[in-house]
Design a protein. Structure first.
Length: 139
């Protein structure tokens, strides 16, 4: 269980660090912000897509371990199942977070920033502490 917790914690921290690195690169003008700020059609479509994806992913990631099949697998498979489903849950939150962060700086549209904040607010609820790892693999 300790190895699974270390893996999940590594992904958790690396995901946050990557999002912060994206912010630092754009805020220090290493990368140019607002490259597609004039392309309103693609901005509209991506805003719509990311709104749906962000809200869906936040809900799915927070409820993932409550689904009967997954819960059953977690209680019988313990560390192996937690590794598989825990990594998936973290990626469900982190990948749209990275996309929202990049899209915010590409379009300079605050909507993407707010969507990223929503996902960042979900991250403490899936923090992979040892107590949480043990609690999620119990019946």
């Amino acid at each position: 269980m300790k190895e699974t917790k270390k893996l999940l914690m590594t992904i958790y921290v690396a995901g946050i660090v990557l999002a912060l690195a994206i912010v630092c690169l754009y805020e220090t003008n290493v990368l140019e912000a607002g490259l597609l700020a004039t392309d309103k059609q693609s901005e509209f479509l991506l805003t719509f897509l990311m709104e749906l994806m962000t809200l869906g992913c936040a809900f799915l990631a927070l409820r993932l371990f409550k689904f009967e099949k997954i819960h059953q697998e977690l209680t019988t498979g313990k560390a192996v199942a937690l590794r598989k489903w825990g990594v998936l849950r973290l990626l469900i939150l982190l990948v749209p977070l990275w996309a929202d962060t990049l899209l915010y700086y590409i379009y300079m549209n605050p909507t993407f920033g707010y969507l990223g904040i929503i996902l960042a607010l979900c991250l403490p609820f899936v923090y992979p502490s040892m107590n949480r790892c043990e609690a999620e693999t119990e019946a």
